[in-house]
Design a protein. Structure first.
Length: 506
């Protein structure tokens, strides 16, 4: 059996450890990988634990576009084969190409390439990935994110060819992770939920689901480790710490290292390499915004008034680019939501914690022009705002899921797993929004048994992997191995694999 892994950036190290476990425990003996980031590629080439049959580096493929002749007939044929219905969704998803991210900070959003260059880039990547897939012929592919031309093509090619897909995503229930073969939902958990509803049955995990709901309502916590451990400081005064001698010196050393690496790589510089000059400019802008402060934009909270709650999304990210691609202009969407509410309602808009300090002042000034919008200080508890709201409106955000747990009516605009619940209204056409708002405000009836069964179905298909914490923060080697074994077990169940029996000589 051969596995194909998407080994993007720093996840490559974690993915490689997962491959080692799959080989040792379940006898999966062949691996290939599509890799992002040259340092990760070099690590995988030089390690000795796994003999990858092929590793395709995205940066190497990207560099080929400069010598590529544009072939419109080829692109038209690819569009016929893999169009959604055309090829723009693959490009629009790629925030590096379309927004110059990684090299620049939000709110910078200007592409580095012309229209013709973008077409050439897609062409070389399509050729390379299709050839890679046909040569390797993997038995399944494993991904943790779909956020670039390459990863989206890998996903769609596997779909077209009927190759099993295991996309590993957060359940947003504690540190749970689940496998799905469709980025729009939790495919296998949703099948269980639908079968339970059809047969008027209860989930095998119904007691665990009830306990989770009870505990959440008593003491709500977020599934994100960096919000629960107090490591995210949203205070304005955090930026003043930068001027402390040790912090300033550390930043200066980092900048000199970045500059040295950038200059040393002049001849073989990858398209994702940060330019030290723009790095400095972007960060000085952000620190200046923070030192000036955002308090003048925040409105007082009155939990007794009638309001709907809309949490701003992190951007650019898959929440908007992949899961809600036609609603990426959040200010315009907020205008429509505000106009769809009863006349006396307010719309409470709160910044995403990870976007604090990044949005320019002009963004909030534009929001302030909407008469019934209140901008809420990010330090105000979202749980309190949700519990006291009359309605939660979101693209694909966790606030919608938390709203359901608090028995609140929810409207979504994008593809998200909890759309599977009949309790949720999914707005696909903006003309229908005022009617959906009216329906949710006047005719919403919470169904606790439905919610319990849905959570139970998710729990049946998931495990407490805490992958993001392993990837970003790191945990002890013992805990890491335990969690990755749980993930390997989820994959093995879908492949009907049994653990290998190792005969040890006495």
């Amino acid at each position: 059996m051969k596995a194909c892994f998407l080994l993007q950036r720093r996840f490559a190290y974690v993915g490689h450890k997962l491959a080692i476990i799959l080989k040792a425990k379940y006898g999966i003996n062949e691996f290939c990988g599509y890799v992002h980031l040259r340092s990760s590629f070099d690590f995988l080439k030089n390690q000795k634990e796994i003999n990858y049959t092929s590793l395709l580096l995205d940066e190497d493929v990207h560099n080929r576009y400069q010598d590529e002749q544009l072939d419109l007939d080829y692109l038209k044929n690819i569009a016929k084969e893999y169009g959604l219905p055309n090829l723009w969704p693959y490009l629009a998803l790629d925030r590096v190409l379309m927004f110059n991210m990684l090299k620049r900070e939000y709110p910078y959003n200007t592409p580095s390439y012309s229209h013709e260059e973008i077409m050439k880039i897609f062409q070389v990547k399509a050729k390379a990935i299709i050839n890679f897939f046909e040569q390797e012929k993997p038995d399944f592919i494993f991904l943790t994110v779909i956020g670039s031309i390459g990863s989206f093509l890998l996903y769609q090619i596997a779909k077209k060819k009927g190759v099993p897909i295991f996309l590993c995503v957060e359940t947003r229930i504690n540190d749970g992770y689940i496998l799905t073969d469709n980025y729009k939902n939790f495919s296998w958990a949703e099948q269980i939920f639908n079968n339970l509803a059809k047969n008027n049955a209860k989930s095998k995990k119904i007691d665990e689901a009830k306990y989770y709901i009870k505990k959440f309502r008593e003491k709500p916590t977020t599934y994100l480790y960096f919000l629960n451990d107090g490591s995210l400081d949203l205070s304005r005064f955090k930026e003043f710490k930068w001027f402390l001698p040790k912090n300033f010196l550390r930043s200066l050393i980092w900048f000199f290292k970045l500059t040295f690496r950038y200059l040393a790589k002049k001849k073989w510089r990858d398209f994702t390499e940060e330019d030290p000059a723009t790095y400095l400019i972007d960060r000085l802008k952000r620190k200046t915004r923070t030192l000036i402060g955002f308090n003048r934009f925040y409105d007082p909270v009155d939990l007794k008034e009638d309001y709907a709650f809309y949490p701003l999304h992190y951007e650019p990210e898959i929440a908007t680019l992949l899961l809600a691609p036609f609603w990426t202009e959040q200010i315009n969407l907020i205008r429509q939501i505000a106009k769809s509410l009863p006349l006396h309602f307010k719309l409470y808009v709160k910044e995403h914690p990870a976007m604090v300090r990044y949005r320019p002042f002009a963004y909030y000034k534009e929001l302030k022009k909407i008469l019934n919008v209140k901008i809420i200080n990010p330090n105000v508890s979202s749980f309190d705002l949700i519990k006291n709201s009359k309605l939660v409106v979101t693209l694909t955000g966790t606030a919608g899921w938390e709203g359901l747990l608090f028995q609140k009516p929810v409207i979504t605009f994008g593809d998200v797993f909890y759309n599977a619940l009949p309790l949720v209204k999914h707005c696909r056409e903006i003309e229908q929004l005022p009617f959906l708002v009216k329906e949710q405000l006047e005719n919403y009836h919470h169904n606790e048994e439905e919610l319990e069964n849905f959570i139970g179905a998710i729990m049946e298909e998931s495990a407490p992997v805490g992958l993001l914490e392993i990837w970003e923060k790191g945990v002890s080697p013992k805990l890491e191995k335990k969690r990755l074994e749980l993930l390997a077990d989820l994959i093995a169940i879908k492949l009907n694999l049994k653990p290998q029996v190792i005969n040890e000589t006495p």
